[in-house]
Design a protein around this ligand. Structure first.
Ligand SMILES: Cc1ncc(COP(=O)(O)O)c(C=O)c1O
Length: 447
């Protein structure tokens, strides 16, 4: 008999104790109303978009920034502008959100997967280097869960093999490597403004680069591939915001990847609060990590020296053997997920398998537009073999994400965070009973 909520005890936390994300306050309302009052809703040189681009560029120490309609389109624009072409190979981590390899496919290039570092979940530089072929054009690290990838080592691999680095910083606004914000440490990068992100606008994305020519190319790709230069911003006429001054030529493939003024204004209001919120998220993470460190076999997110994480997600690793339990890693994870959820915690898997397992990569349908492997390149049959990514598999089998997209760590008070520590301690104290119960009720555990 134990006090676990799963077995009928009182939950540590009530569901309504959480704060929902994103937080919409007077500043966001005023920002969107300002756009409606002005009447300019869109355009590559519209005022809110341009202001957000300048403010975000300053925030991440990049020379240029462009607003796009989502993080995926920021990545597509970055890859295309950085010179990735049809048939090229781009090395991506086996653990990410599917948008990372899909952005590669979108420019006609072939995503080639490499295993991740088991502690951070970020692309492993040695695995990335081992995946280089004569066809490789780019490496695309992901700053996973807000923790900077090992950029020094990845940039070194890229330099030695003459590759470009395009950063997927969708989850990592303000994270740093050796004191420098991520995003434009390589050739270019992309951030997401989707609702769950630390900086949100409902949907949206931000492309960044330090390279003037690449920024011009990105501006064109974002705008139907037309020869529209940033210098033409000075010709923008606020009284005729939808009209240009000359006929435009579509010079390369592109699409309509621009954002709009309401998302820009909303994001500006959120960006003003981001530094303070990031400190709060980091303080919350430290507080919870300290408490979890007391529990045998439980490891809080690891942030290597010289890097920072903005803790977009808080992935906790559990090792049943170190906790004295005879149960599989994923068995422990699933039982824990149920027990913590019963205590009132927000707890999710988010991803449960290496990206290659997803149908689109197993099928690789050329008629559906999936790029074909080129001679001299990677054997995709081998590269897309799910058994090739033991560290990704181990990481996902043996961990779960505390907090959810709707109620992320960054939105929660210290009191709520302390209840998470208390609930975890309670469940861990009764871990043997939990494992025994799970063995007796296999069908109640999520598959
Ligand atoms: C790692 C990663 N890359 C790319 C994206 C795509 O961003 P968006 O949904 O804004 O297109 C996301 C989030 O959704 C993400 O988590």
């Amino acid at each position: 008999v134990t006090s676990l909520a799963l077995f009928g005890g009182t939950p540590v936390l009530s569901k309504d104790a959480h704060r929902l994300w994103p937080i919409v306050e007077e500043e966001e309302r005023a920002a969107v109303a300002r756009v409606l009052d002005r009447g300019i809703l869109s355009g590559p040189f519209a005022p809110e978009s341009m202001a957000l681009e300048q403010e975000f560029a300053r925030y991440v120490g990049a020379r240029h920034c462009l607003l796009t309609h989502c993080g995926t389109s920021a990545l597509v624009v970055a890859l295309a502008a950085a010179g990735v072409r049809a048939g090229d190979e781009v090395i991506v981590p086996a653990y990410s959100f599917v948008a990372t390899p899909l952005a590669v496919v979108q420019v006609g290039a072939v995503p080639v997967f490499a295993d991740v570092d088991g502690e951070t979940g970020c692309l492993d530089p040695a695995a990335a280097e081992a995946a280089v072929t004569a066809r490789t054009r780019a490496i695309m690290p992901v700053h996973m869960h807000g923790c900077a990838a090992d950029m020094a080592a990845l940039l070194d691999v890229a330099r030695r093999h003459d590759l470009v680095v395009v950063e997927d910083a969708a989850q990592a606004h303000g994270a740093t490597f050796a004191g420098n914000p991520v995003g434009a440490l390589g050739a270019a990068g992309g951030f997401s403004l989707q609702s769950s992100k630390n900086l949100s606008a409902g949907e949206g994305g931000l492309f960044v680069t330090n390279d003037d020519a690449l920024a011009d190319e990105a501006g064109a790709v974002r705008n139907f591939g037309q020869d529209l230069t940033r210098a033409e911003a000075s010709t923008f006429d606020a009284s005729r915001p939808l009209d240009g001054t000359r006929a435009l030529d579509c010079k390369r493939l592109g699409s309509m990847y621009r954002g709009n003024e309401m998302m820009a204004a909303f994001a500006r209001a959120q960006l003003a609060k981001l530094p303070e919120r990031t400190v709060l998220a980091q303080r919350n993470a430290q507080r919870l990590s300290r408490a979890l460190a007391e529990l045998p076999g439980v490891t809080a997110p690891h942030v290597p020296a010289g890097r920072t994480s903005v803790h977009h997600k808080f992935r906790v690793h559990v090792d049943p053997a170190k906790a004295g339990l005879a149960v599989s890693a994923d068995g422990m994870r699933d039982a824990l997920l149920r027990a913590l959820a019963a205590e009132g915690l927000e707890v999710v898997l988010w991803q449960a398998a290496p990206l290659v397992t997803q149908t689109v990569f197993q099928k690789r349908d050329p008629l559906g537009g999936f790029p074909r492997a080129q001679p001299g390149g990677t054997d995709l049959g081998a590269n897309y073999d799910p058994s090739r990514y033991p560290r990704t598999r181990e990481l996902l089998d043996g961990s779960l994400v505390l907090f959810s997209q709707s109620c992320p760590l960054i939105a929660q008070s210290e009191e709520v965070v302390d209840r998470y520590a208390e609930a975890f301690q309670r469940v861990w104290q009764h871990r043997q009973a939990l494992v025994d119960w799970t063995a007796a009720h296999p069908s109640l555990v999520p598959s």
